[in-house]
Design a protein around this ligand. Structure first.
Ligand SMILES: [Zn+2]
Length: 445
């Protein structure tokens, strides 16, 4: 970055050399080299600003990449949360069906227990009477009722079979009961594991939600940082644009200076030639006709002719007719970096010196305002004319000292018709660090 700027500055210098070089301009006037020095200083500032702009751009790209990563993670978390929600729903359904199964098993158990109990009572009764009668009487009644021997044998077998059947049924019931109990235990164990699973899933979901909330917060902060960086970038680009305009103005100033020097050199040559011819003529015809031809009797000092202040001799002239309503410096808590010239009449505003308009626009604070860049003996000055009702020149216009550039007004952050006039020894910057008090430099009311 820096290397390319240096190359650019060198190219620019070579460029001037080529354009204005040649016969006599090798001996460059001090004012021009000083202007070129200013040009280089501005170029340095611009390269600083541009490297900051690059840094900011990289920062923005970095922030955007980080945001993309966080968004990916949020998507992943969203999916995990949806998965765990589904699993919770499934497992909860399983939990409910297991609970229903347990209830059903409990019902079956009740039925079996009831059956066993009834059968037990029956068998106990039968066993009691069997014991009471020595185990014969009741069955004996059955046997005694037999009509024949074969009937008797049949009945005796039947009694044994009944007794065995009773025992078998009881055993079967017991087996059923055992099986049911085993199953119940299994289902209970199942229920416990399902309950633990649901609890685990809920914990997981909670953790995922916490992670997602963190990522959301991170994303919001990255977005804020990116917005800040964008704003910073805008400021820097504005500053760079102003510096670029100033460079153009100085280039213009260099050109004007060189033209003026060429003109002066040509005039000097012509004057020398005329003097030589006059001397020759005087020698030929010895008339004495010397006349002073110093005609530089242009208005020195200015005459205020009502609406427009007269144009002063010297580099500077008064920018508007009126009275000084506010001076330079502290004004209450704020710092007034210019002077205010007020006039109840909408008087013309004129350029305070020869220069180039670097900015002409409507600002929310300055209102209709014009920035003019001047180069005076190699020193760059910038003047600002604010709160005008009308602007008459645009950016890039070359203006002469005393030339009307607008009309006094009350636009922007202004209370009452006046001209807010700033003088900067150097370029205008956001912090106005080059602003100086124009008193003693620029003629004022
Ligand atoms: Zn002011």
């Amino acid at each position: 970055m820096r290397k390319s700027i240096v190359t650019l500055a060198v190219t620019a210098t070579v460029g001037f050399g080529t354009i204005f070089g040649g016969t006599s301009v090798r001996t460059e006037a001090a004012s021009i080299s000083s202007l070129k020095g200013e040009q280089n200083k501005i170029q340095e500032q611009r390269s600083d600003i541009n490297s900051t702009i690059n840094q900011k751009s990289n920062q923005i790209t970095d922030l955007q990449n980080q945001q993309a990563d966080v968004k990916d993670e949020i998507t992943r978390l969203d999916k995990a949360i949806a998965d765990s929600t589904n699993k919770i729903n499934e497992t909860t359904a399983k939990l409910e069906s297991t609970k229903a199964e347990i209830l059903e098993l409990q019902g079956e158990m009740e039925v079996i227990k009831d059956r066993i109990e009834k059968r037990n009572i029956l068998l106990k009764d039968r066993a009691r009477s069997y014991q009471e009668t020595g185990g014969v009487v009741n069955y004996l009644d059955v046997l005694m009722g037999s009509t024949s021997f074969s009937d008797f044998v049949g009945r005796a077998n039947a009694v044994v079979t009944i007794m065995q059947a009773d025992q078998a049924i009881l055993k079967e019931h017991e087996a059923d009961k055992q099986a049911l109990e085993t199953k119940q235990k299994q289902v209970q164990a199942n229920l416990a594991s399902i309950q633990k699973m649901v609890a685990d899933l809920q914990t997981l979901k909670q953790q995922l939600n916490v992670q997602k909330a963190d990522k959301d917060k991170l994303l919001a902060s990255l977005k804020d940082q990116e917005n800040d960086a964008h704003e910073g970038l805008m400021d820097l680009q504005e500053q760079d644009a102003l510096l670029a305009a100033q460079q153009t103005a100085i280039q213009q100033a260099i050109k004007m200076e060189q033209e003026a020097q060429a003109k002066a050199a040509a005039e000097a040559a012509r004057a020398a030639k005329a003097a030589a011819e006059a001397a020759k003529r005087q020698a030929a015809s010895s008339h004495s006709s010397s006349s002073s031809s110093t005609s530089s009797s242009s208005s020195s000092g200015y005459v205020s002719s009502g609406s427009t202040p007269g144009v002063s001799s010297g580099y500077w002239t008064q920018p508007a007719a009126g009275y000084l309503s506010s001076g330079f410096g502290a004004r209450g808590s704020e710092r007034h970096v210019g002077v205010d010239i007020a006039n109840p009449t909408a008087v013309p505003i004129v350029a305070a010196a020869d220069g180039v308009v670097i900015r002409s626009y409507l600002s929310s604070s300055y209102g209709n305002c014009i920035f003019v860049s001047h180069s005076i003996n190699g020193q760059v000055y910038t003047t600002v004319y604010a709160h005008m009702s009308t602007r008459l020149v645009g950016s890039g216009a070359v203006v002469k000292k005393g030339q009307q550039i607008g009309v006094m007004g009350n636009t922007g952050d202004s209370t009452g018709q006046h001209l807010h006039f700033e003088l900067h020894k150097g370029p205008w910057t956001q912090d106005k660090r080059f602003a100086i008090n124009p008193v003693g430099i620029v003629p004022l009311p």
